[in-house]
Structure formats: C-alpha cells, structure tokens
Ligand binder design. Sequence first.
Ligand SMILES: [Zn+2]
Length: 262
Amino acid sequence: MTREEIIKNLSGKLDDSTFERIHTFFPVQKVCPTCAGKEEYTLDGKTHKCDCVMQSLLQKHYFAANIGREYHDICLNDFIGSDRDRVVSAVENYLADFDSKFHFGLGITFAGPVGTGKTFAMSCILKELIKQGRDVYLMSFEEMITTWASAWTDKEIKLQLETRLKSVDVLGLDEIKTDNRSDSFLASGFDSIVRHRTANLLPTIITTNMAEHLMSSVFPKVSSLLSPRNQYVLLEGKDLRKDEIRFRIMELEANGERRPIC
Ligand SMILES: [Zn+2]
C-alpha cells in the first residue's frame, strides 16, 4: 500500500478528542513518537528523514485498536523464529485477498506454547488491516474477563464493551486459556460475542496456548463456531525475536537510534 492510500484510509477517522475519550491511558502525543520533532532519526548508523505525519497517525490508530506499544515498531520482517516461513506465508496469504476473507467471515487461529510469537503474528495482521481502513480491536482474554467482571454492576460499560466486541470489523482475541474466573463470563459473554460475530460473518482472530482438543472441550460452543471459519496455524518453535529484541533495544538505546512505527 502506498503512503497516500494509508493516509487517505486513516485521515479523519479518529479525531483527537474521540481518541482521548476512548483511550485515556495514552493521550494524544503532541510530538512525533519516533523523532520527537527532529524530523529525522538514526537506525543502524544511517540517518532517515522521519515521516512524522504517518508516524503519529499510525500510532494513534494502533493505540485506539488497543495494540500494545511493543508491537508498533516491529513488523512481519522482524519475525525470526523457526516457524518464520509458515507464519509469514499464513499472514501474507490471509492479507492478500482480505476482502474475500472478510466477505465470508474467515479468521485465523494461532495456536502454540507461550513465547512462539502468536500475538506478534496477530498484531501484524491487525496493523495491516488498520492501514487498509478497517475497524479492528485487540483484546486479551484476561482483559476481557476482568473488564466484563468489573462492568457487571455497570450496565452501560458492559453494553459498550459488548457492542464494541460484537460489531468491530475484525476482532483479535489474545491468549484464550482456561481460567477459573471465566465461568460467569462464559455463560453470558464469550459465547454470545463469538456467536454474534460468526452469525454476521465478522472475522475473529485468536491466539491460544490450548491444544485443539482442550480448546474444544473447555470452549465447545466457541470452538464449533470458529473451527469451520478459522485457518489453524500451529506455532511450535521458540520465537527468537524476544532475545533478539532485548539485545537490539540495548543497542538502539546506546546509539541513540530509533525504529520507526510500521
Ligand atoms: Zn518524526
């Protein structure tokens, strides 16, 4: 996608006051998140002109979609685990013909142990869809249960959350797992959200560390709704990115360098 297309897709979609209302944890930054107004940044010893308009625009939309800052400046090229080829081709294939995937409500399930890069793979998809102008939202299962429980007494908050999760073009649900607090939520919330989405052909992308048989025994309804619609991608190898990034961050910080938001 060209810069002009992304700007066109995102411009005017989210004004600052709406952003600050929906995302109180991350107020709108007054300076460029990458260069802090210097209009250039250095990466790997090379100086680059900073596209401050694009950097600010992307960050605002990533935050509004609840995508954590740690995923803003890493993209598919940075995936270096042993599952790289499989993950990269699954992500690229899903995005290549997304209009058609969207038409049929098709999603992806990234399954595998902790630390294999599942959330990273999902973030890559969601960020690309944001650039295409889609309405996306990412929520961890943990956050969903907690918010649901605390909103129990406040019907308006609960309704807002439920409406958002049901109606967003593409929902990313991160780290679905067994949780003994989830009983009341499951009875009223999780099934109903997924049921509503599949009934209206809205894609849901999930990550889970649960094996397929465990998922279908703990969450039978959700599993039977999603399994015909979601491509199942199993990640088995260690995501080397974490170690690599830890080293890279030290290096970038020591050299006063910045990685742009992508
Ligand atoms: Zn800048």
